[in-house]
Design a protein around this ligand. Sequence first.
Ligand code: NAP
Length: 247
Amino acid sequence: MSLQGKTAIITGAGRGIGKAIAMKLAQMGANIVINDIPSSIDADKTAEEINSNGGNAIVCKGDVRNPQDVEAVVQQAVEKFGSVDILINNAGITRDTLIMKMSEKDWDDVLDINLKGAFNCIKAVTRIMMKQRSGKIVNVASVVGVMGNAGQANYSASKAGLIGLTKSTAKELAPRGINCNAIAPGFIQSDMTDKLSETVKEEYMKNIPLKRFGTPDDVANVVAFLVSDDANYITGQVLHIDGGLVM
Ligand code: NAP
């Protein structure tokens, strides 16, 4: 699977799953646009790692919540590499607490970054992809968007929304040769899950038939397939990467 000559924007690519996706797509030959929040130092480190391994990466910082930031990221990608062929909406946060304790800010922050952020990015690349009559969009949802989770009303609503956004985008853009799919990772080892208690981790493990947590590379490998030509006939789908947690 080669992505030679393609340009990929990956949001929240400074660390965790986004970084693994950036590294993988770079290995496949894609030009990489690493987006992360303006204060991120990790984004620069990821770009350095890719470039020192013979890849081609630039950093375009910006908050996905902000449509002007997102437009600027896309503009820089086009100026540097000439097009945008792949968009990975990976940036995401959690603000876990029970509904009765959840502040309006906790709700808004999670919905704004996880869902509106993806909408902003899709909107910003749509005209370019429609004009070139090709493109691949992958939205990083979660199993929690499918099954719900106590203490994650904001997060699960954002991820369920992302699945709806994926299906609408897939239908709207299919006539122009653009594929849009979602992935639903289960428990993946990253900074996001490291902060969960041992009890929560043990509970998850009990319900994972493959009896291990996923790695960012497990996720990156599936994304690599979805953005390749091998997946040209797949759109509007939600692919679970969860060791069998949800089936
Ligand atoms: P992570 O390690 O916390 O990484 C998230 C990245 O997103 C960070 O680099 C973060 O930047 C960036 N980010 C946050 N807000 C942003 C914004 N407004 N604009 C641009 N970038 C922003 O999380 P992860 O575990 O790799 O998760 C990546 C994605 O996978 C998320 O969408 C998450 O919901 C999803 N997911 C994760 C799991 C899991 O088990 N880990 C499971 C299912 C789904 P800073 O580091 O600079 O804050």
